[in-house]
Design a protein around this ligand. Structure first.
Ligand SMILES: *Cc1c(COP(=O)(O)O)cnc(C)c1O
Length: 475
């Protein structure tokens, strides 16, 4: 069997495309070449039933409310899918000549400018494939910035409420992570921060609003403390859903940020992908952005610019996240400036509605108005019923479980984010379910501890699931 690589010229890829530096590829060694695939014959109806049944064993935003704090699981408008399947977009080859994909480049260019308008950041790169990838790319930019000004700084600060990817990105880049404590009411502890900031601190990463669903009231002060020390300020923008159209991340004093298009801008996510984690930077960091950058000529045409000597280089082979970007572009165009603002207002309203009703029955460790999400605790739930049990039992009521045991600084955390796309009726049903579980913890705790009872798969023995996984599912 001839592979696509064998048809390429050896030593020369034959795929020269302006803007893309494609490495020469040798043919696949014979040992790795497939010599024939023995496919079984199945009828269409069996295939359809197989996949339909598989999809029904899963829970998603199309099946019901998905109150997953920190993850912004909002409804994915079906019109996004409609346009993403258009041949001119869906069938683009990664090596297509720029003259044949002007429309796609325009989408990337315009989307980057919309993100700039929403955040105030000077310039965006659409390259990173996920939030964590955006963090990594940004930390590489921070590293390059200090190399450029010839300062050797080795520490990046992250608050104790940070998402686990923050310290991970810092460590992967070779920086040392130091954890800044939070105060009892969920802001960064300013005194502790002052004591930690010195000539060795390259940057601090802060999620804004933070993972407790709170807007840090001292964000400007934090920015000043860092900037006076010559350090950079990074915004983990995973929670942009709460402030888009209301407040500009650049105005808060941040120098570099990432956005999760698959959270804030309604593109699907889960199971590790697909996603997109574009990063935005202030002017002085622009020259470090990854290549190639989509640029526009004065005649209105677009091209991929790789001639950027200060760039950190390439962080993704191609723009394989293009369809995710396209869906975010459609979402922003459909909502417009007013709609974007309205979405964040409704997200915050929905979260505060749930907070007000649920704090009557569950403990709320930090009792403040929240942004788009809030964190309850299982403190005070009777008879040894835990957050884990509550999360399992909520499945029986037809809801996905909230995020649990994160952030770590809240004991038995139950982190709830309804998003703007849930109706009042759905929110009320969720409240009734959570209240009913609290009563069951009193009247029938053993039943709650054995939940779920109505799902296809009953309570999983988590230890065996990790140690002796059964990877084949038999309906
Ligand atoms: C989701 C999330 C991330 C990571 O984003 P991915 O797209 O999942 O890689 C980082 N920080 C916060 C606060 C998040 O909620």
């Amino acid at each position: 069997m001839k592979t696509i690589f064998e048809s390429g010229k050896k030593g020369k890829s034959g795929f020269a495309v302006p803007g893309w530096d494609v490495p020469d590829s040798d043919p696949i060694p014979a040992a790795y070449c497939n010599t024939g695939v023995d496919l079984i014959d199945v009828s269409e109806v069996d295939v359809v039933r197989h996949y339909t049944n598989l999809s029904r064993t899963n829970f998603g935003v199309d099946s019901g409310m998905y109150p997953l704090g920190s993850c912004t699981m909002k409804y994915n408008p079906k019109v996004n899918e409609k346009y993403a399947t258009l041949g001119g977009f869906a069938d683009l080859h990664p090596l297509v000549d720029v003259s044949s994909c002007q429309g796609a480049l325009e989408v990337l260019y315009d989307l980057a400018s919309y993100l700039s308008a929403i955040t105030g950041m000077k310039r965006f790169s659409m390259m990173p494939a996920a939030g964590a990838h955006g963090e990594l790319t940004s930390v590489m930019i921070i590293q390059k910035y200090f190399q450029d000004i010839k300062e050797d700084r080795r520490i990046i600060l992250t608050p104790d409420s940070a998402h686990g990817t923050n310290p991970a990105s810092v460590a992967i880049c070779g920086f040392e992570v130091k954890e800044v404590p939070s105060t009892e009411d969920g802001d960064v502890d300013i005194e502790a921060l002052r004591n930690m900031v010195d000539g060795n601190v390259a940057a601090m990463m802060l999620t804004s609003p933070n993972t407790l669903g709170l807007f840090d009231r001292n964000v400007h002060l934090i920015a000043d403390i860092l900037h006076e020390n010559g350090s950079l300020f990074y915004c983990d923008g995973a929670n942009l859903n709460a402030v888009m159209g209301k407040a500009m991340v650049a105005d808060m004093g941040f120098d570099v940020m990432h956005i999760n298009l698959h959270k804030t801008f309604s593109t699907p996510h889960g199971g590790g992908g697909p996603g997109a984690g574009p990063i935005g930077v202030v002017e002085r960091l622009e020259k470090f952005l990854p290549v190639p950058v989509v640029e526009k000529r004065s005649d209105g045409s677009y091209y991929l610019d790789s001639e950027r000597p200060d760039s950190i280089g390439r962080v993704h082979s191609f723009y394989g996240n293009f369809l995710v970007c396209l869906k975010a572009y459609i979402y922003i165009r459909m909502l417009g400036a007013e709609g974007i603002r309205g979405a964040s207002e409704n997200a915050v309203l929905n979260a505060n509605y749930l907070l007000a009703r649920l704090k009557e029955v569950y403990s709320l460790p930090i009792n403040r108005l929240c942004m788009h999400e809030f964190v309850l605790s299982d403190d005070g739930v009777p008879n040894g019923v835990t957050t884990n049990d509550i999360a399992k039992r909520i499945l029986d009521y037809g809801f996905h479980a909230p995020t649990v045991y994160f952030p770590l600084l809240v004991h038995g955390a139950i982190m709830i984010e309804p998003t703007e796309t849930e109706s009042r009726d759905t929110l009320d049903r969720f409240v009734e379910a959570m209240k009913a579980i609290r009563l069951e913890a009193q009247s029938d705790p053993d039943m709650v501890k054995r939940a779920p009872h109505t799902t296809a798969v009953k309570r999983v023995d988590a230890v065996s699931a990790a140690r002796k996984p059964v990877l084949k599912w038999v309906p």
